[in-house]
Design a protein around this ligand. Structure first.
Ligand code: LP5
Ligand code: MN
Length: 240
């Protein structure tokens, strides 16, 4: 049997092919799994569980069908959907996990996270993240009318795009010390994350031994997943 990991689908009404690919994945490949873990940025931008966007209902129903078929589904927040809350979790049957979680998969200890917290060289982003993760600010934002929240999210997306265009590729990647530090804190030889959209399995040294970091790809024109079995950890791309 296998446990599956995906991240960075960035689902939005404007990208129906990605939604269709995800729905097919949920009704097909995922049904055979022991569990499905979604490691953040499932949605392009989440402004509250009360957003009546029909896409959200459709996705909740599809995930619920998977869960009801006997495949548990877990979610770690990304930097686009960190406001996804208990109401959507209940609707979809997903279980919300903290930002870092260690799993024991078939005897292998694996650390999972979205990956944005590893990008410690991106000082501007880390400052932004610290601000928008303040509970009082989130409560204030969620109390605003939806049209204002939508406008603020659009301004943040525009600000982010503008900021990213002047950042180097290296700054927006993970920091090696942050990676080793996370793996040594949790005493693991495997790490799976997304966020950087640079799919690859990297080899490194952590805890004075060989260690591996599997980076999930974003779902642009094809799907990306990590499949963990008793004998293997594979990074797989597949057509929608
Ligand atoms: O997301 P992406 O790929 O463009 O870049 C990320 C980092 N950017 C972000 C910002 C998100 O895109 C914004 C998402 C909105 C979610 C919904 C709204 C919820 C609001 C809640 C309020 C409590 O995560 C980017 C990283 C990049 O990944 C690579 O790691 O570099 O970081 C930034 O761009 C941060 C900048 O350095 C500074 C941010 C500018 C934001 C401008 C704010 C304007 C707000 C106006 C409000 C009135
Ligand atoms: Mn991300």
């Amino acid at each position: 049997m296998a446990t599956l990991f995906i991240a960075d689908l960035h689902l939005q009404t404007e990208e129906p092919a990605i939604t269709a690919g995800f729905l097919r994945f949920l009704a097909g490949t995922a049904r055979e799994a022991d569990a499905l873990y979604i490691l953040g940025d499932l949605f392009e931008a989440w402004i509250g569980d009360d957003d009546p966007n029909p896409l959200h209902q459709q996705i909740a129903q599809a995930i619920k069908a998977l869960v009801d078929s006997g495949v548990p589904c877990y979610f770690i927040h990304g930097n686009r959907d960190f406001l996804l809350g208990k109401r959507f979790a209940r609707l979809s049957g997903m279980q919300l996990l903290p930002q870092e979680q260690v799993l024991n998969l078939y005897g292998r200890k694996v650390l999972i996270m979205h990956g944005d917290t590893l990008c410690t060289d991106d000082v501007g982003y880390q400052a932004f993240r610290a601000k928008v993760h303040q509970p009082w600010l989130q409560r204030l934002f969620l109390a605003l009318p939806l049209f204002i929240r939508r406008r603020i999210a659009m301004q943040m997306r525009a600000g982010s795009k503008a900021a990213n265009s002047s950042k180097s590729i290296a700054i927006m990647d993970v920091n090696q010390h942050a990676v080793v530090n996370a793996m040594e804190t949790h005493q693991v030889q495997w790490l799976i994350h997304g966020h950087t959209h640079r799919p690859k399995v990297h080899q490194l040294i952590a805890n004075n031994a060989a260690a591996f970091r599997a980076v999930l790809g974003a779902w642009h024109s094809e799907g990306s997943m990590v499949r963990v079995t008793e004998s293997d950890v594979e990074l797989i791309t597949f057509p929608f």
